[in-house]
Design a protein around this ligand. Sequence first.
Ligand code: ATP
Ligand code: MG
Length: 428
Amino acid sequence: MAEPLQAVKGMNDILPPDSARWEWLEDTVRALMRRYGYLNIRTPIVEPTPLFVRGLGQVTDIVEKEMYSFEDSMNGDQLTLRPENTAGVVRAAIEHSMLYDGGKRLFYIGPMFRHERPQRGRYRQFHQVGVEALGFGGPETDAEVILMARALWRDLGLADVRLELNSLGVPDERRAHRAALIGYLEAHADLLDAEAQRRLHSNPLRILDTKNPAMQDLVNAAPQLMGFLGEGSLKHFHAVKSALDAVGQPFTVNPRLVRGMDYYTHTVFEWVSPKLGAQGTICGGGRYDGLVEMIGGKPAPGVGWGMGLERVLDLLQQSGIAPPALLPDAYAVLPDAAALSPAIATVEALRAAGAAVVMHAGGASGLGSMKSQFKRADASGARFALVFGGNELAQGMVALKPLRDAVAPQVLRPLADPAGWAHELRNA
Ligand code: ATP
Ligand code: MG
């Protein structure tokens, strides 16, 4: 036998019955997007590497160390498995002139790839739902996307997901803050760890994000960007907070929330759960008014978020929330090969009428005993066995035998009219 192969480390198979939880979550997401008027966009999983270098910034965790990048051996192109999808959506919007007639509200669902150390809530292939509202510059759209995430928690039945908020202002304000921050950090250079020293001049804002306990006092006392925001930025931020107040959504303003990507401006936010250990952020996003231009389009504002589906599913499990089981309505039992033709005709008609019916399948040596077929019927979770026995067939009938309710009687139904009684299987 050949040596068995295994999936790539940090990349998971999603198998039944667990895949039903994924489908349920994705269906819930799609229904939500419809209610908010967001349309689905599907972009390639592989993009030109420069898209992410330009879009995310050279000095980000993703671009520095997390990308799966490779050279196309046919033509030497530098390619990358998408680590996130905002840059890809913006590229597509520019390439197809999607914004020529106004803003677009878009969403995506799909796999992302980052070369990180695999652990709970952190994988190398993971899945995100994301929304991108492109071409809308007002604070009402920041509030809209934030509240869409809240609506999803509600649809899913998730409680206690907290909202954290900050404003990163506009580039001029960030530059002024950056200069003050570098001055402050330089004055305390002896307290900086190696990563902070490396980032001091390239991306000092990210130093505020450090997890190093030895640096917490230092970053807590650092000059805050909020103090550098001008009137326009403060007004925008105030309007977002007012909208959240208006719907009674609590939030914490976290001045240290800077987020990983360089492209954010104004509002940034994270939805965080206390139930997920170190990887508590299930959704993060913000406004990115400079990104479209950075990627080569005519300047246009944008705001959106990305949500990690593995983390949402983990939280659903921690919260004891499971989707309704999707079991078949019926399992067709075939005492002998003569039953096959009438059984296939009936089962096809039942399926066409909306019933979920699993047909018994045998092996090379035949269909197997009635006993073994009923065992399979039971294991399928179906509520009924459809028994195509010789006596019943002779009367033009099939027997409906309840499998879950021992006291309910078996009944006969006509082979001639499956559509007339298919509902009995579904509504039982
Ligand atoms: P973290 O701080 O946990 O690394 P991030 O800031 O890198 O997250 P984003 O790039 O904002 O994350 O992605 C949005 C969401 O995608 C995250 O909030 C998280 O739910 C999810 N996510 C990010 N990286 C991973 C990963 N490696 N595995 C699983 N989910 C992830
Ligand atoms: Mg990360």
